[in-house]
Design a binder for this molecule. Structure first.
Ligand SMILES: [Cu+2]
Length: 338
């Protein structure tokens, strides 16, 4: 059914571009020959459509602007992407299509991290194919409620660092407001997606390093620290829902935490005690009381808070060097209890 011949392409147009636009040309291991229709498609319950934006400006608190890459939301007719990309939110058991359209200049995929579709829908470009100069539809059916994320899996180390990801939320049949079928429920939702940025990487072309040349992707020296798309080291994230949250005593807050960086993280809840119900989209054997959590790249936690004392609680996530253990940076946001 699929032609795997002639997968190795000659290097053409390497080193072009950089910065906004992500450069042009091909890469040595990008397999774009087999973008015919996904052979197993059935009628979906819901379809998400995503395009590509290789020039998303992100302005930091110090005034510098970093170029991010991301997905556009073609369902809403958006030609511009956002960082993070627009959430995908579905109901447990739905058959979902994600249609990705990429123009001729670059190759990208969508991998629905933590979802387990057939291999032709897994979006791991390195072992199947990348999407370039056309569209491809991924089909998947989430079976477990919780917090996931989707990201590009072409030249993954670079493209994920460049911001090509968005939240993927699976609700139980009850819909938003309920974490798991039959409970627990929540009143307010917060999204804590913690990431680091090495601005040196953000001048590279989309295909940098794919032909074996050393472009330094083994060296990540972050100079910015991000929570859910904003600079997390100043005050930007303090009063920016759905990062910061306000709850009344007696209400329940669900925090959806995603470790979107490469260095390990430790998130501290500022004196609040939460209950972790779900880890990486799977129910924990028993709910766990937590005042802090550690996570590695790609991990997610669903944590419920039911605060009893009014006040302001500062949520802090440390980004920790994977070898030395040094704290490289700390992002902050706030839960206000009234
Ligand atoms: Cu990509």
């Amino acid at each position: 059914m699929f032609n795997f011949n002639n997968r190795q392409r000659p290097m053409m147009g390497m080193g072009g571009g950089g910065g906004g636009g992500g450069g042009m040309g091909r890469a040595c291991y990008v397999y774009d020959e087999n973008q015919q229709a996904n052979p197993n498609l059935v009628t979906p319950d819901v379809t998400y459509q995503r395009g590509i934006d290789m020039n998303i400006p992100l302005t930091m608190d110090d005034g510098n602007t970093i170029t991010m890459w991301g997905f556009t939301d073609r369902n809403r007719g958006m030609n511009r992407g956002t960082f993070p990309s627009a959430p995908i939110r579905v109901t447990q058991g739905q058959i979902v299509h994600t249609k990705l359209t990429v123009n001729m200049m670059w190759a990208h995929t969508i991998h629905h991290h933590g979802i387990e579709p057939g291999w032709e829908s897994d979006g791991v470009g390195h072992i199947s194919w990348d999407v370039q100069g056309g569209s491809y539809t991924y089909q998947w059916r989430p079976m477990y409620p919780g917090t996931y994320f989707y990201h590009c899996h072409t030249n993954t180390v670079l493209h994920a660092e460049m911001g090509m990801y968005g939240a993927l939320i699976v609700d139980p049949p009850e819909g938003p407001g309920t974490l798991l079928s039959g409970g627990p429920t929540y009143d307010v939702e917060a999204f804590w997606v913690v990431d680091e940025i090495d601005s040196r990487w953000h001048t590279l072309s989309w295909n940098a390093g794919t032909c074996g040349e050393d472009v330094g992707l083994n060296i990540l020296n972050p100079d910015y620290f991000i929570i859910t798309g904003v600079d997390g080291t100043g005050t930007s994230a303090m009063n920016t829902p759905p990062i910061s949250a306000t709850v009344q005593v007696g209400q329940k807050l669900l925090a959806r935490y995603i470790c979107a960086g490469y260095h390990p993280q430790r998130i501290r809840f500022g004196g609040l005690t939460g209950t972790a119900y779900v880890s990486d989209g799977r129910l924990l054997p028993n709910p766990v009381q937590v005042t802090e959590l550690r996570a590695h790249s790609g991990e997610r936690y669903d944590i419920m808070f039911e605060p009893t004392t009014p006040g302001e609680y500062i949520i802090e996530a440390d980004v920790i060097h994977w070898i030395s253990g040094a704290v490289l940076g700390t992002v902050r946001t706030k839960v206000t209890v009234i």
